[in-house]
Ligand binder design. Structure first.
Ligand code: IPD
Ligand code: CA
Ligand code: CA
Length: 261
């Protein structure tokens, strides 16, 4: 093994060991309310702590940002891990089996690598800058769809911000009427990983947080697609914002025909 492969293997082990904690149904039943329809369970805290400890042990010089902690001291000009310990907590609570660990490394504002691990299917999506994107070690690519008629599109409902429901559902309806069908998986990280491997042609959601899309973004970009905001601009990985991941062609089409009219 080269040095790089050993490092990668360590990273995968840390993420897989975190994902193994999803099966603890007792901890998943310990639920706290964070906001409107927004929950956190004991599993979320446990996964975050375990992964944080593993990352700090192997790479103590790299900062750690995690959804379930205060991140006000992060210096984004330096290297930082960005972790969502459980992306899809509502799914986890319901044992819906569509949740993932999402972990990315950014340095100097640029993505270095990203991992999305779905423990229920044992699918590990990985991408590194300039190296491509992989699913369980095999290269993956975005779809070749060019028209709405060819598309399966995943939506995010911005479940914690009900004030946007009318606007969102109007947009979903217009897109639904023109494509093959829409999906709502309940994990933005899995949505973006599915765009990267071509299972869906596009995914979009308003107001995602950095940890929801940090890893998925690099997966999609390294798989040949694009990740933008709803105006087609590059998203700011440090802030909450609207995210549109696609194979490129469909993203451009969505921005032109649906997002801004
Ligand atoms: C949520 C999931 C969900 C999306 C929400 C996210 P969480 O993350 O990605 O699919 O609709 O906007 O906040 O709260 O389960 O980590
Ligand atoms: Ca999330
Ligand atoms: Ca989460």
């Amino acid at each position: 093994m080269t040095n790089m492969q050993i490092e990668r293997q360590k990273l995968f082990d840390i993420v897989r060991e975190g994902g193994a904690l999803f099966r603890n149904r007792e901890e998943a039943a310990h639920v706290k309310v964070k906001g409107v329809s927004d929950y956190v369970t004991q599993v979320d805290f446990h996964v975050q702590e375990q992964i944080r400890t593993g990352l700090m042990r192997e790479w103590p010089q790299i900062q750690f940002m995690g959804e379930e902690k205060d991140n006000s001291d992060i210096d984004f000009t330096k290297a930082v891990w960005i972790l969502d310990p459980v992306d899809g907590t509502t799914n986890l609570i319901h044992d819906f089996r569509q949740s993932a660990v999402s972990l990315a490394l950014y340095d100097g504002g640029r993505p270095v690598c990203g991992v999305v691990y779905q423990p229920y299917t044992e699918e590990l999506f990985y991408a590194a800058a300039g190296e491509g994107a992989f699913l369980n070690g095999k290269p993956i690519h975005v779809s070749g769809a060019q028209t709405m008629e060819e598309c399966l599109i995943s939506i995010g409902t911005a479940p914690y911000e009900h004030e946007y429901a009318d606007r969102n559902f109007d947009l979903f309806k217009r897109i639904f009427l023109d494509c093959q069908d829409i999906r709502r998986l309940g994990s933005a990280a899995i949505d973006l990983a599915y765009v990267a491997c071509g299972r869906i042609d596009a995914f979009f959601e308003m107001n995602l947080k950095p940890w929801d899309f940090a890893a998925g973004r690099i997966l999609v970009e390294e798989a040949g697609g694009t990740v933008t905001d709803f105006s087609g601009n590059s998203p700011d990985f440090r802030k909450k914002g609207s995210i549109l991941g696609s194979n490129g062609a469909i993203g451009r089409l969505l921005v032109e025909r649906y997002m801004n009219s």
